[in-house]
Ligand binder design. Structure first.
Ligand code: PEP
Ligand code: MN
Length: 367
C-alpha cells in the first residue's frame, strides 16, 4: 500500500476488493475537540459518537474498523478536515508493520552509525545485568573488539523470584553511559513499565521491552509514542504466537503514529518460546525469523542466550539464527560468567564470542 501526502497530511490509498473490511487510523490535533471527531466520523459515514467499531488510544489517535474500503476521495476529504493531523487506511488484514503498508525494509539507525536491518548481521552484546562501572566498561570494550554495534545491559531486571537481584536502576544507567563514553557503543536497556520510560529514554540509545511485557499493551503504545523517539527492541513473548507478536508490534507503531514519527524505529527479537522441552530454557523458534521478516518490514534479530539457558548451546543457536537470515544477534557476555549476578549459566565469555563471530562471518560471508 502506498501513502500519499497532501497538505502535510498522510492519506493512505489502495483499497482492494469492495467487500474488504478496512482499518482507518486518524490522528487529531489537540484542538480538534469533540466536534472535530464528529466531523471525521461523519465523513466516514458514521454518525454521532465513536462506538465499538472505533477505539481511542489516548486523546489524539482513533482507529475505526469499517466493513468496506474507504475511497481515496473520502480519505483526502478527511485529511483536509480542520483538526485532523493524519489519516491512514488499510485493509483490515494488513498492519502498519506489514510489508503491504510500505514496501521498503525499516532498518533502524543506531548511534554507532550502524544500520540494523541493512542486510548485514549486527551484534548486540553485553551482560545480562549491569553490576559495576568497571564490569560494564570492560565487557563493552571486549564486545566492541568482537564487532558489536551496541552494548546491552539490564538495570531494571524482570526476575521471576521477587528475591532475585533486580538491577542497579539509575546508577546502572550512569555506568552504561560511562561505557558508551569509553567505547562509542550505543546501549540498549529494558524499561519494565511506563513510569520508567522517561528515565530510560533519557540515558539509553534504545529501549528494550522484554518478553514478559510483550502483552503489556499500554506500555507498548506509550513506548512508541514517547517524545524521545528512541528505537525500541521488542522481544517475543515466550508464550506468544507470531501473529500475537505482530499485533504487539502494531501497538508500538500506533504510538509512533501519534508521535508523528514517520519511521517505526522498531526491532523484533526471537528469544525462544516455551515448549514441552526442558533440555533448554526455552525453544528458539528459528522459523520465526524468516516468517517475521516476510510478514513485517522490521529488522528481526535472535537472542540465543535466553533461548538456550546454557552457554554450551548458545553458539549452536546463534549459528542457526545467522544461517536463517537474522538481521542481528543479542548475546549475553560476561568476563566471568560463573560470577555474573544474573543469567550466568547462559552467558559466554568475550573469547567465546569472538570465536563465534568468526564462524558466523563464514556462514554469512561477512568479514
Ligand atoms: C534480558 O534480555 O535480559 C531479558 C530479561 O530477556 P527476556 O525478556 O527475553 O527474558
Ligand atoms: Mn538475561
Amino acid at each position: 500500500m502506498k501513502t500519499a501526502k497532501r497538505n502535510g497530511k498522510a492519506a493512505a490509498g489502495a483499497n482492494g476488493s469492495a467487500a474488504e473490511k478496512t482499518t482507518v487510523i486518524l490522528c487529531f490535533e489537540p484542538e480538534a475537540g469533540a466536534a472535530g471527531v464528529r466531523r471525521a466520523l461523519a465523513a466516514l459515514g458514521l454518525g454521532g459518537e465513536p462506538d465499538n467499531r472505533s477505539r481511542w488510544f489516548e486523546p489524539g489517535l482513533l482507529t475505526v474498523r469499517l466493513d468496506a474500503p474507504v475511497p481515496l476521495e473520502i480519505q483526502e476529504r478527511l485529511a483536509g478536515l480542520a483538526g485532523v493531523r493524519s489519516v491512514a487506511a488499510m485493509p483490515a488484514t494488513h498492519r502498519l508493520v506489514s510489508r503491504a503498508f510500505t514496501r521498503e525494509d525499516s532498518a533502524v539507525a543506531l548511534g554507532s552509525g550502524a544500520l540494523l536491518g541493512d542486510g548485514r548481521l549486527s551484534l548486540i552484546a553485553g551482560p545480562c545485568s549491569v553490576e559495576s562501572e568497571s564490569q560494564v566498561c570492560e565487557i563493552a570494550e571486549q564486545v566492541k573488539a568482537a564487532d558489536a554495534v551496541a552494548l546491552r545491559g539490564g538495570v531494571f531486571k524482570p526476575r521471576t523470584s521477587p528475591y532475585s537481584f533486580g538491577g542497579l536502576f539509575e546508577r546502572g544507567l550512569e555506568f552504561l553511559v560511562r561505557a558508551r563514553e569509553r567505547t562509542g557503543l550505543p546501549f540498549v536497556t529494558e524499561a519494565l513499565d511506563a513510569e520508567q520510560l522517561d528515565l530510560v529514554a533519557r540515558y539509553a540509545d534504545m529501549i528494550q521491552i522484554g518478553s514478559r511485557n510483550m502483552s503489556n499493551f499500554p506500555l507498548l503504545f506509550k513506548a512508541g509514542a514517547h517524545s524521545a523517539g528512541k528505537p525500541i527492541l521488542l522481544k517475543r513473548g515466550f508464550a506468544s504466537t507470531i501473529e500475537e507478536y505482530l499485533d504487539a508490534a502494531e501497538y508500538v507503531l500506533l504510538g509512533r503514529m501519534l508521535a508523528g514519527a514517520d519511521h517505526p524505529g522498531l526491532i523484533l527479537c526471537e528469544r525462544g518460546i516455551r515448549t514441552f522441552e526442558t533440555a533448554t530454557r526455552y525453544t528458539l523458534d528459528v522459523a520465526a525469523i524468516p516468517i517475521l521478516q516476510e510478514r513485517s518490514r522490521l529488522p528481526v534479530i535472535a537472542d540465543p542466550s535466553h533461548a538456550a539457558g546454557n552457554r554450551k548451546w548458545v553458539p549452536h543457536l546463534a549459528k542457526a539464527a545467522a544461517a536463517a537470515g537474522a538481521d542481528g544477534l543479542l548475546i549475553e557476555v560476561h568476563t566471568d560468567p560463573d560470577r555474573a549476578w544474573c543469567d550466568g549459566e547462559q552467558t559466554i565469555t568475550p573469547r567465546q564470542l569472538a570465536e563465534l563471530m568468526t564462524r558466523i562471518g563464514e556462514i554469512r560471508g561477512q568479514p
